[in-house]
Design a protein around this ligand. Sequence first.
Ligand SMILES: [Zn+2]
Ligand SMILES: [Zn+2]
Length: 285
Amino acid sequence: MQYYLNHFLSGWQSLAQQITHPNWGNFFWLLVAVSAVVLLLEVILPWRKKQRLARPQLGQDIFYMFFNMFFFPLMGYATLSHFCATQLQTWGFVEDLRGLVPLQLLPAWLQLVLLFVARDFIQWNVHVLLHRVPFFWKLHEVHHSSETMSFPVHLRYHWAENILYAIPEYFLLLVLGRSVNDLFVIYAASLFIGHLNHANLRLPWGFLKYIFNTSELHLWHHAKQIPRRYGVNYALSLSIWDYLFRTVYAPPQPPAAIGLADEPRFPKSFLRQLIWPFGSDSRSR
Ligand SMILES: [Zn+2]
Ligand SMILES: [Zn+2]
């Protein structure tokens, strides 16, 4: 109990420290800075010119952004995951996995690139499962419930997705002999790319669209009438996986509408959305 209490309190103290000491090395101000840059781009170069900045769900999307990044971890999730990771390390087979791939033999920049690519590929697979496993889709409906696309939709997702993405990431770091602290630059890059591909922006990516996810591709991922049964364009940061596995869909025109096909049954309030996947009135497609 004391362990939980100490970890819980130090988490809140750390957030307070981040807020009161702005710098490029902390997550709170990183989120604020990246959001401000992308917001400015949306204002100067809007893709869908008729889309208003003050759109429905904006307040809820912003709340989700801070809830998923800061409040949910501090409500006990960070403490619990730290505890689970500590327990797992006492298991022999888990310890045998540590540092199995000797990444440290490579130059630092290459280690970072490989970690970014490997993490993104794992996340792409988790995202595919979120669309294909009926219960996971119920969780993921929160992300797809937005009817207007703008950068705050990036972090609009059900709290349980934090857990589904964190488990394989834990094993990836273990096998590569790295810690979460090594991921800050990768988190920052993923945050920026994710904000950009949810934003009301169309940037001239050129041939880079075959490597990095774009707003055109991701808008089709959120289409109300999805072109294939389980969806298309699962990319988070890198679009290469969709090209490689033929899940890409890139027609020249944008979709007619975005959101859930059967949207009226989806709850509007944040609290009801949290428990929605566990209720009897949610049904799989
Ligand atoms: Zn999705
Ligand atoms: Zn999305």
